[in-house]
Design a protein. Structure first.
Lengths: 381, 505
């Protein structure tokens, strides 16, 4: 690609080449040392299942079952590599495309689609897997993440030396978000407070139809040092390097070393969302170039070359993916309307007299629509 | 027993209300798998492939290609249990109406083919009157029952809610008046398969309409049930009633056979039977907008030139025999395209556009050469990107790809954007020449006429020669007569003697 500007290959950390060859990196090797073949297979499984999720959800949108869907196609390595570096107590603030991270965190994946079907404002309890709700406002959640990290710091959960207590926060955002004021403010607060937060930027090269080259003159990672935050650029289609880089950054955060800005350089192989048509603004040649750098192919080539991807494993995974697809279809199709009472549930953490009164009034109002045969209209079934 | 599912057109973007069916990738009788691409549609935003929601056999295609339908309209019907007879395995709601004759029909449909799975019922209908109605009713119940199951089908869930709402009971404060105001509402559509006996055999439903519309219908003597509702969820609107009333007054005059048939599948015959009216949509609409924009902003001037292209015809013949050009189509248009590129190279000022907003003339460093193509969907003008960088073979290949993509109807908006100069090959229709209208945003367009043998003075004698006419229209805001004439003269010079290209390159 272009030798200068935000799309340069210079300084990209890589441990797995596009052809699946393992290369070494003096500084980062230690952070990838615990990646046994078994863990790599687990990553591979997560990547394959995430892609199936993506494909099924896209089809469901085209079948009228979802209002909208945002694919993570092509970004699986960036998401699954970084997701695997997380400790259970770490907290994730995603944007709206982090299906791969959700898969690693163990969410019921169909819950992610409640939002895209329009039956829920969120879909899951963020506390269950320390995975915050998707945020569709670009970049605003980086402030929530930084504030949460400052809270973690004030709770004394940083730098205790106890690996089961020390906590980091990671927030995911895209190249387009770096042009938002909120992200700059996050960088300011994270830096001056030395907050235990990893700012993980997936540079997929497209902010809807706006290329990264129209948003920056330098690599995005170069912005962070100006705020006083160390940064690193990693090949975001390399799951091993992404894992190593993120693990190092998370460990710095947990040990009290402050924030890190990670730029995972990847490519959005699909459309921005199902409402977008990328053929209007980018070339087939560019898409083909990146299709040849598919992150899943890269890990598969490495595992096959090292004899660590037995056929029986692949067959089982294919079966699991098919069953997963079926599960997604049936679950989404059976998602009914939410109870209208549910909209009063999370206004306040504790009960509140005004909300209670409104809830009661609305319940009565709805009751007035009950049909003569007793069937309830518009309610939960 | 076959189980039919109908696929309603989804909203493939956000808030789209309609789409055009472009191409069906499946036909009646085809087996389909879940998520297999079955149809290509064109929305206001883009071309979109739709995947099948089910595995099964296509039993009916409900919308023809070229037709624009609203979101929520069923477009295809799939038999999701085509092997037949599998009562136990089929979804709930089928067993109670399965007639005793069913097992006997199964062996006839032994070939697992959807079209045949249909027929046992059709033939049975002649033996048992009402049998086919039963199948139709079952079909309707299932299609409608899907919505009734409580699933919010995004994009058409709202209308469902609207129709249910109407059964509001009166407020507790006024119990006495309970009966009167609520008498009008009809049952919700999904709940009404039973009165199918009204005779059309298609599970006829009671019309939904608001009280003032009902009154209007009564006043005008219009039977609401006979009105096709176009409102949300099929509600009959005021306009629908008025339109129906107007139609009742004016009888279609079918003086000659076929007068009551529309001339185009997407059109409708006027009540007097003398006209077909077709809504302006899609490519037709875009062409109209582009032509109006161009014709009424750019002052057009057209210059003409008649030229002896015998040497070009000889070159075409030679190239056709050339092994290097064996796999491409060599046509006079190819040489004309090359000639235009050479002319642009010598007069780059022609390859420009007028930026009204910035009050600037924009000279393009590149040539994206547009070719006006007549396709089954209408006129499209895709362009060969960076045509100035291609050699003759590369240009031939690019033109071949461009035309085959256009004929297949797969030209993308990107293929059509950012053209810099265009050729329209009116000669293929046997026409001498024309005064072409500029493609918006470009400064010139070349019309290439038919090539005919004509008497021509050649080396002092009248001889039969291949002669054609060229016409170049240009935007007089930025191109003057001198420049336009020089460009056309250069194109003509290369076509008259292709060796001239050597001199100029």
């Amino acid at each position: 690609m272009s030798p200068t500007g935000p799309l340069t290959d210079d300084g990209l950390v890589q441990l797995l080449t596009p052809t699946g060859e393992r290369v070494t990196h003096p500084e980062l090797e230690v952070w990838a040392a615990d990646l046994t073949p078994e863990r790599l297979r687990a990553m591979y499984r997560d990547m394959v299942l995430t892609r199936r999720f993506d494909t099924e959800a896209t089809s469901l949108q085209r079948q009228g079952e979802l209002a909208l869907y945002a694919q993570c196609l092509g970004q699986e390595a960036a998401q699954i590599g970084s997701g695997h570096a997380l400790a259970p107590q770490d907290h994730v603030f995603p944007s709206y495309r982090e299906h791969g991270v959700a898969q690693v965190r163990g969410l019921e994946m169909t819950d992610l689609l409640r939002l895209f079907r329009g039956v829920d404002h969120g879909g899951w309890d963020p506390a269950d897997h320390n995975f915050h709700l998707f945020t569709l406002v670009i970049g605003s959640h980086t402030l929530h993440a930084t504030g949460y990290a400052m809270g973690v710091q004030r709770d004394g959960l940083v730098g205790t030396g106890d690996p089961s207590r020390d906590t980091a926060v990671v927030t995911y955002f895209g190249d387009g978000a770096t042009a938002q004021g909120d992200v700059s403010e996050s960088l300011v607060f994270a830096a001056v407070n030395q907050a235990p937060v990893v700012l993980f930027c997936q540079n997929n090269q497209w902010a809807i139809s706006e290329p990264t080259t129209k948003q920056a003159r330098v690599p995005l990672a170069d912005r962070a040092p100006g705020f006083g935050i160390p940064s690193v650029r990693v090949d975001g289609n390399d799951v091993v390097a992404t894992y190593a880089v993120t693990r190092q950054a998370l460990e710095r955060a947990r040990s009290g070393g402050g924030p890190t800005f990670v730029e995972a350089f990847t490519y959005r192989m699909g459309a921005h969302t199902t409402s977008d048509d990328p053929t209007r603004y980018r070339s087939r040649e560019q898409e083909e170039h990146w299709r040849r750098r598919d992150p899943i192919d890269r890990l598969r080539r490495y595992l096959e070359a090292t004899g660590e991807l037995p056929e029986v494993f692949q067959a089982e995974l294919a079966g699991e993916a098919d069953a997963f697809g079926e599960h997604i279809r049936t679950t989404v199709r059976s998602m009914g309307r939410p109870s209208s009472q549910s909209m009063f549930e999370h206004v306040y953490a504790t009960s509140h007299s005004v909300v209670d009164a409104e809830r009661a009034w609305f319940g009565e109002y709805e009751q007035s629509y009950v049909q003569h045969d007793g069937a309830e209209a518009g309610g939960h079934r | 027993m076959p189980t039919y599912q109908q696929f309603p057109l989804p909203d493939a973007g956000e808030g789209l209300t309609e789409a055009e069916i472009v191409t069906w990738h499946v036909a009646v009788g085809d087996a389909v798998e879940v998520n297999q691409t079955i149809v290509e549609i064109e929305t206001a935003k883009s071309l979109v492939d739709l995947p099948s929601p089910w595995t099964g056999v296509v039993s009916r295609i409900l919308v023809e290609p070229g037709t624009t339908v609203e979101v929520g309209t069923p477009i295809i019907e799939v038999d999701v249990d085509p092997s037949g007879g599998a009562l136990a395995g089929s979804p709930a709601g089928t067993s109670d109406e399965a007639p005793a004759a069913e097992p006997a029909a199964a062996p006839a449909g032994a070939a697992p083919h959807g079209a045949q799975a249909h027929r046992p019922h059709a033939s049975r209908a002649s033996e048992e009157p009402g049998g086919s109605d039963e199948v139709e009713a079952a079909r309707d119940e299932r299609a409608g029952g899907d919505e009734g199951s409580g699933a919010v089908l995004v994009g058409y869930g709202v209308a469902d809610a609207g129709s249910r709402r109407r059964a509001r009971a009166t407020a507790p404060a006024a119990p006495a008046s309970a009966a009167a105001p609520v008498a009008a509402p009809a049952p919700a559509p999904a709940a009404a398969p039973a009165p199918a006996s009204t005779g059309d055999g298609d599970g006829r439903r009671h019309a939904l309409a608001k009280p003032p519309v009902r009154k209007l219908a009564r006043d005008l003597g219009v039977d609401l049930d006979s009105v096709h509702g176009t409102g949300p969820g099929g509600i009959v609107t005021r306009e629908d009633v008025l339109e129906r009333a107007a139609r009742a007054e004016a009888r279609t005059l079918a003086t000659y056979p076929g007068d009551d048939q529309p001339w185009s599948a997407s059109g409708a015959v006027t009540p007097d039977g003398r006209q077909t009216r077709v809504p302006v949509r899609s490519v037709r609409k875009r062409t109209a907008e582009a032509m109006v924009t161009s014709a009424f902003t750019a002052p057009h001037v057209t210059v003409f030139h008649t030229v002896d292209v015998t040497r070009t015809m000889k070159l075409v013949e030679r190239l056709r025999a050339d092994r290097e050009f064996a796999d491409v189509r060599v046509t006079p248009l190819l040489i004309a395209a090359k000639a235009l590129l050479i002319a642009v190279d010598r007069h780059p000022e022609i390859n420009a556009s007028w930026d009204e907003a910035a009050q600037e003339i924009v000279y393009k460093h590149y040539v994206n050469l547009g070719i006006a193509a007549a396709t089954p969907r209408g006129l499209v003008v895709p362009n060969v990107k960076d045509a100035h960088r291609l050699d003759l073979l590369g240009l031939a290949r690019a033109l071949g790809e461009l035309t085959s993509t256009a004929r297949a109807g797969r030209t993308t908006p990107a293929d059509m954007s950012d053209g810099t100069i265009t050729i329209t090959n009116v000669g293929v229709f046997g026409i001498d020449t024309g005064t072409p209208i500029l493609n918006p945003g470009e400064a010139a367009i070349l019309a290439f006429g038919a090539i005919r043998q004509q008497p021509w003075v050649h080396k002092g004698k009248v001889k039969p020669r291949h002669v054609t006419q060229l016409a170049l229209s240009f935007d007089h805001r930025l191109v003057d007569g001198e420049l336009g004439s020089r460009v056309l003269a250069d194109v003509a010079a290369v076509l008259a003697d292709p060796a001239q290209a050597l001199v100029w390159s």
